[in-house]
Design a protein around this ligand. Structure first.
Ligand code: NAD
Length: 481
């Protein structure tokens, strides 16, 4: 059985659950510890005790630890990528890509450790100087979802440590394997005892304990809207109130205009809607297509979809791996039935598939005749299910694109500079993509959304400092001479 990592030690837990490969449910990756409330409290205490020294540690020390983590992740990317694909179900290429991204994120924040700067500004009062400095917050609780088992933890843990905070990391129940490997690497990096703690297990137990603890200063959460709202409420109800950052769902549009290059549009749509089995918060499920290109686009899409290979995530040649588990598969199938009941036309896919091994295989689904008011067009499905929504022209397409409770990413395929520029200014989302898939972002720039998708400061890049530090303003009288 694997262990939790608390106060610099690997500790056994009373409870453990099997980690099942969604490509082959007979393949169990191992039994993974579930922490108890007592374990969680011990981890919080350890992080709290470790904060004083870590927050005062030299920036060189922090740089060296993060750099060591980055180096080990990158040197083991094939092995870690395979583990990730086995437990989450994204293809091996995607798994290795995600591990590489995690390494790059640690590299980036290793550099940021030695770039933290303040400001010295004149006061409006004679003889007074003002200094603005950044300080760490304290113990940070990190709660992550299953769909990016190593990259999302990396983009929370790296800045938390870089800016001098200590960490309690609670990964999603479905993907403890990648979290455990990451913790092993962090444990070896020179980070002192208690600075980083891993507590695996249920959100309803460990997550709740984190939300209630008065020793945790801030929570960074990525997951569903329902849990996110609860996290925010609990953070403001706790005493003292916690700083909170939420990254939640999406229902991202991709507009295709008459003047788009059809091959570019189809590749963007296939990537956005179906890669990583459509299980990305930045996936695009609403393809909003103007009348002049609509028929050609649907024909090209359905043709391209038949060439996509759905199979074991680790098999060479697989384009789309399985759905992550039975619960998510049931949700996808429910929405496919709902779409048909709502009057949409299923033109391709949406069928359970049999492969050599028992797994959660679903062919990518495409609906047409979809109205943006239908539930399938408004609610996040989080599976390989996309829909084509007609628009008369650019103006109507933009209106439909923005008509959603979410605002994570928004894309357009067009050769018109005028429309691309207008879309960048007027699409209501945190990330805009022109002639690119709605998913797939860089690690050195801000990540996050608007409306119901995000709450609080942005993640990633230099903007991560907004959440992981607090700003102090110091005044001193230095004389008028
Ligand atoms: P989820 O909300 O079910 O779980 C997310 C995390 O919250 C898990 O670690 C879970 O254990 C924990 N949790 C559950 N109940 C809790 C509670 N009461 N208190 C504290 N923690 C609790 O989400 P999921 O199913 O793991 O992930 C899928 C969702 O994540 C989708 O909605 C997707 O859009 C979203 N997501 C968003 C982003 C983004 O950056 N915007 C990125 C990836 C995934």
């Amino acid at each position: 059985m694997t262990l939790n990592f608390i106060a610099g030690e690997w500790t056994t837990a009373a409870d453990a659950v099997p980690n099942v490969n969604p490509s082959d449910t007979n393949d169990i990756l191992g039994d993974y510890a579930h922490a108890s409330l007592l374990d969680t409290e011990r981890a919080i205490d350890a992080a709290s005790r470790a904060f004083r020294n870590w927050s005062r540690s030299s920036i060189q020390t922090r740089h060296d630890c993060l750099n060591a983590i980055a180096t080990e992740i990158l040197s083991r990317k094939e092995e870690l990528g395979r583990l990730l694909s086995r437990e989450e179900g994204k293809t091996l290429l995607e798994g290795i890509g995600e591990v590489t991204r995690a390494g790059q994120i640690f590299q980036f924040f290793a550099g940021e450790c030695v770039r933290v700067a303040g400001e010295k500004v004149p006061s409006v009062r004679p003889g007074v100087e003002v200094e603005i400095t950044r300080e760490p917050l304290g113990v940070i609780g990190l709660i992550t979802p299953w769909n990016f088992p190593i990259a999302i933890p990396a983009w929370k843990i790296a800045p938390a440590l870089a800016y001098g905070n200590t960490v309690l990391f609670k990964p999603a129940e479905l993907v403890p394997g990648s979290a455990h490997k990451l913790a092993e690497i962090i444990a070896r990096s020179g980070v002192p005892s208690g600075v980083f703690n891993l507590v695996m297990g249920r959100g309803s137990i460990i997550g709740e304990a984190m939300l209630k603890s008065s020793k945790i200063a801030a929570i960074s959460f990525t997951g569903s809207v329902a849990t996110g709202k609860h996290v925010a409420q609990a953070c403001t109800a706790s005493d003292p109130m916690k700083k909170v950052q939420l990254e939640m769902g999406g229902k991202n549009p991709m507009v295709v205009l008459d003047d788009a290059e059809i091959d570019v549009a189809v590749e963007c749509a296939v990537n956005s809607s179906f890669f990583s089995t459509g299980q990305r918060c930045t996936a695009s499920s609403r393809l909003i297509v103007t009348d002049g290109i609509r028929d050609a686009f649907v024909a090209a899409m359905t043709k391209r979809m038949t060439s996509l290979v759905v199979d074991d995530a680790c098999k060479a040649g697989t384009n789309i791996g399985p759905v992550v588990d039975q619960r998510q598969l049931d949700q996808d199938l429910r929405y496919i039935r709902l779409g048909q009941d709502e009057g949409a036309r299923l033109v391709s896919g949406g069928e359970l598939l049999k492969r050599d091994t028992p797994g959660f295989y679903l062919s990518p689904a495409l609906f047409t005749e979809v109205d943006n008011r239908m539930r399938i067009a408004r609610e996040e499905i989080f599976g390989p299910v996309a829909m084509v929504i007609r628009a008369k022209n650019y103006e109507e397409a933009l209106e439909i694109a923005n008509d959603t409770p979410f605002g994570l990413s928004s894309g357009i395929c067009t050769t018109s500079l005028k429309h691309a520029s207008h879309f960048k200014r007027n699409a209501q989302a945190g990330m805009i993509m022109v002639n690119l898939p709605t998913a797939g972002v860089d690690y050195h720039v801000p990540f996050g959304g608007t409306k119901g998708s995000s709450y609080g400061p942005r993640e990633q890049g230099r903007y991560a400092a907004e959440f992981y530090t607090t700003v102090k303003t110091s005044y001193s009288f230095e004389g008028t001479g």
